[in-house]
Ligand binder design. Structure first.
Ligand code: BTN
Length: 263
């Protein structure tokens, strides 16, 4: 990657923290391109980055609006873990992003389950992880990261402007995206190493220390139901444990807590 983001239709490549970064000016979705690349080679630590996405994907089949100025990237890894453990990589990526943003820009970014990064209660970043598995084997994982970096709120549809924020809007200046990516990868690498050393409980605790919703009364919207109660914990499997208003305790595997999402 050059100091500036690439212009024109071609691709440029560079290496940061041992990751090969392939930069595109425009892609439909960096996750889609990363999956295509991962299926054709056996390598890992490849990052696909685009200056803009025309069909950016969010969680739960939502669209992710990705204008110029953001950081839209997807990272290919081949961790030796069972498919049901892949969420751990998403968790350590969200901690790495929140911590890097906090230390670089002196902000108070927090994580909202499962992996939204919020600043001032508005969504700054989302993560979409996709995995390719067979039986008990993970072939590869693609961690898609979308950070609203140098974007003006007017560049988002009206309907999203209340719930989203960007670094430019918060800080009042354009951030150096390359430096931010370097910081995040550095932080992620440390955590990934600790994960491989078996330090998951420590990493989960660090994630919880950055979590904004624990102990609070929340609304959880999943694919087919809407629940309300107190968020008690996030367990070892990444599920949200909630005490419903009627007293029952439920584990929720997929959904959104409260508001602040791209539709
Ligand atoms: C969410 O919060 O719903 C997850 C959003 C993830 C967006 C990123 S942008 C880079 C990568 N490519 C995609 O199409 N989506 C992810």
């Amino acid at each position: 990657m050059t100091r500036k983001m690439p212009k024109g239709r071609g691709t440029t490549k560079c290496t940061i923290q041992g990751y090969e970064i392939i930069c595109y000016n425009k892609l439909s979705s960096t996750n889609e391109k990363a999956k295509e690349i991962a299926k054709k080679c056996n390598r890992e630590k490849i990052i696909v980055l685009a200056e803009m996405q025309t069909q950016g994907k969010g969680r739960m089949n939502r669209k992710w609006v990705s204008p110029e100025g953001g950081i839209w990237l997807s990272l290919i890894l081949r961790p030796r873990i069972r498919p049901n453990e892949n969420f751990k990589l998403t968790f350590i990526m969200s901690s790495a992003i929140a911590e890097t943003i906090n230390s670089m820009y002196k902000l108070n970014a927090k994580i909202k389950w499962p992996n939204d990064i919020l600043v001032n209660n508005k969504k700054l970043c989302g993560i979409l992880t996709e995995i390719n598995t067979k039986g008990d084997t993970t072939f590869f994982i693609v961690i898609g990261v979308g950070i609203n970096a140098n974007i003006d709120l007017e560049d988002f549809p009206n309907a999203l402007q209340q719930s989203l924020t960007s670094l430019k809007q918060i800080l009042g200046f354009r951030v150096k995206r390359r430096l931010l990516i370097e910081g995040i990868l550095n932080n992620f690498e440390h955590r990934y190493k600790r994960l491989k050393e078996g330090k998951w409980s420590e990493l989960l605790q660090e994630w919880k220390n950055l979590a904004v919703f624990l102990g609070k009364h929340v609304e959880v919207i999943s694919a087919n139901e809407s629940l309300a109660g107190v968020a008690l914990d996030v367990d070892d499997t990444g599920a949200l444990v909630i005490k419903l208003d009627d007293g029952a305790v439920r584990r929720i595997i997929e959904g959104d807590v409260g508001t602040g999402k791209q539709p």
